[in-house]
Design a protein around this ligand. Structure first.
Ligand code: ATP
Ligand code: MG
Length: 266
């Protein structure tokens, strides 16, 4: 009798041998070179590497925003770039969200906080006006902000408050996947810890997959179950975070860790 292996879970998102070339003003850059990476349901994956190594490009490619030159991106086992742009954005817009480095440049300063958080619900036509108002209040409270903040203009908030607003907005569609690209590197050190704790709380209380991009190993070690190390457009090392951190195999990872400030636990 043959034994049948238990079926592996389907990744939320998966890059298979992805290549991305940029062409601008006669200049050619291979930003991603045969990158394969998957994020499983409920898993937090950290993506680390120096500036220009391709982290943001990979994050954007996984979210359907940068078509690969070669290779494939699968979202819940569907070939994302085989879909037309409209179908692709419909598929991913309902189920994924992105949080950017600097909330001051990613959120419109003229809008109210409520309008910013409500926007994805409006775009995806989730709930009527009153249901959306209630949802916005709950979302703000879930990221540690008072619901009354909904009436304030974005420009009146601090950087830390704004990154909480960005997270509330990301959570609005109850996504299966959030990609956070350097979510704390534009913030004051004291506020960074608060946002990292909030991300960890979100990760453990909601059943969502998280891809965290950072050049800071401390951020990745604090948050990620699994870590992928990028260098010059390639994933050069990948494994459980503690293994990568305590027993790096690739020379580049060793260099990265040697250059990193000591992590203070707790
Ligand atoms: N829109 C673009 N047009 C042309 N080249 C680009 C574009 N975006 C990125 N690149 C190039 O692709 C490479 C990878 O860039 P990417 O932004 O993905 O790196 P990164 O790891 O996110 O860096 P950082 O830590 O500075 O954010 C770099 O050489 C960059 O200059
Ligand atoms: Mg980047």
């Amino acid at each position: 009798m043959t034994t049948v292996d238990a079926p592996a879970t389907t990744p939320v998102v998966e890059a298979r041998a992805v290549v991305v070339d940029y062409h601008s003003r006669g200049h050619h850059t291979r930003a991603l070179d045969q990158v394969s990476l998957s994020v499983e349901p409920g898993e937090t994956v950290g993506l680390i590497g120096e500036s220009g190594s391709g982290k943001s490009t990979l994050a954007r490619t996984l979210l359907g925003l940068v078509p690969p030159t070669a290779g494939e991106v699968r979202y819940r086992d569907r070939d994302v770039y085989a879909l037309g742009a409209t179908a692709r954005h419909r598929l991913l817009g309902r189920d994924t969200a992105m949080v950017f480095q600097d909330p001051r440049s990613s959120l419109n300063p003229r809008l109210s906080v409520g309008a910013v958080v409500r926007d994805p619900l409006h775009v995806q036509r989730i709930g009527d006006r009153e249901a959306q108002r209630v949802a916005v209040a709950e979302l703000l409270e879930s990221v540690g902000l008072p619901a009354a903040l909904a009436r304030r203009p974005v420009r009146a908030l601090s950087g830390g408050q704004l990154q909480r607003v960005a997270l509330a907005r990301a959570l609005a569609v109850e996504p299966s996947l959030i990609v956070a690209d350097e979510p704390t590197s534009a913030l004051d050190v004291s506020v960074q810890a608060q946002i990292l704790n909030l991300l960890r709380q979100i990760r453990s209380t909601r059943n969502l997959a998280l891809l965290v991009v950072s050049h800071d190993m401390r951020v990745i070690r604090f948050l990620a179950d699994r870590t992928a190390v990028m260098y010059q457009g390639r994933v050069v090392e990948e494994g459980p975070t503690e293994e990568v951190y305590t027993a790096p195999r690739h020379d580049y990872t060793k260099t990265l860790l040697a250059a990193a400030p000591v992590l203070h636990r707790g």
